[in-house]
Design a protein around this ligand. Structure first.
Ligand code: G1P
Length: 290
């Protein structure tokens, strides 16, 4: 069995939910306290043993490339000022095998993943979406790799969501549990209305896919919203090989919505050594006034 060493991070979305902030700035560069969200995603991949990462970006995404590049002027200034901790912090992100490709037109998530075909070649790989951040003892990406090492087949992550929220996600129709938190799946449906949703198990942005997905993507017609949907290609793949669903039980942060982004910022702010004490006091004071 080939080991999983490559990851693809689609980052070509227009970020319309965060306008006007994302008019000129990539939404993946919005920080949680002091770290751009895409850096958390890259760190999760690396913690799972991923060696090479392809970022599929679009227009206005130069800042992502710059963030993971060296910045000699800044580094020299920090060194001269003896700010060695900060120096280490900015150098950390340059020591990663990152590749970039541009999705010329926003044709959907499936099309973004298809751009990774040459990079991936004939290997299993993971896809990480920037709208979900996760935390658990074992990083979610590593959990998917562990499942793959048992089955040799594609596996994606799902979580239970309130039924009325199924219309925001890809949803699975599970057949039965076939292992620890692992489901065999009858069907994958992109953003069903709650009255048609086959379950409350929603796909979150972590997928481990075999390279056969590219043939499916090439044959996938535009689906929901007129876009090439990854969920539709996965549903076709599931008819050729199994695509399993792994139920994630750790902490998930939905940073693709404004409220989720604010909640995550507060939680991380309450842990950050430079902000936690003052933020706790501030929240207490605010709560008393409400
Ligand atoms: C995408 C997928 C969807 C999945 C979701 C997870 O939707 O198409 O199946 O449930 O990511 O975040 P998007 O949120 O990009 O519309």
């Amino acid at each position: 069995m080939k080991s999983v060493k490559k990851a693809v991070i689609p980052a070509a979305g227009l970020g319309t939910r965060f306008l006007p902030a994302t008019k000129a700035l990539a939404k993946e560069m919005l920080p949680i306290v002091d770290k751009p969200t895409i850096q958390f995603i890259v760190e999760e991949a690396r913690a799972a043993g991923i060696e090479d990462i392809l970022i599929v970006d679009g227009k206005s995404k130069r800042s992502i490339e710059d963030h993971f590049d060296s910045n000699p002027e800044l580094e020299a200034a920090l060194e001269a000022d003896g700010k060695l901790e900060k120096l280490q912090m900015v150098q950390e992100t340059t020591d990663i095998n990152l590749y970039f490709i541009r999705q010329s037109k926003p044709r959907g998530l499936g099309d973004a993943v298809l751009q990774a075909k040459a990079f991936v070649g004939d290997e299993p790989f993971v896809v990480l979406l920037g709208d979900d951040m996760t935390r658990d003892e074992v990083p979610l990406t590593k959990q998917l790799i562990n499942q793959y090492e048992k089955t040799g087949e594609s596996t994606l992550a799902v979580v239970k969501v309130p039924h009325e929220e199924t219309k925001k996600y890809g949803v699975i129709d599970p057949i039965e549990k076939v292992g620890d938190n692992l489901y065999q799946v009858r069907q994958f449906v992109e953003k069903p209305n709650p009255d048609e949703a086959p379950s409350d198990l929603a796909i979150i942005g972590r997928y481990l896919l075999t390279p056969e997905i590219f043939e499916e993507l090439e044959n996938t017609k535009p689906g929901k919203g007129g876009e090439i949907q990854l969920t539709d290609a996965i549903d076709s793949l599931n008819k050729r090989q199994h695509v399993y669903a792994h139920e994630f039980t750790g902490r998930r942060y939905d940073i693709g919505s404004k409220i989720g982004f604010l909640e995550t910022s507060i939680e991380f702010g309450l842990e950050h050594p430079e902000t936690k004490d003052e933020l706790r006091e501030y929240i207490k004071k605010l709560a008393q006034e409400m």
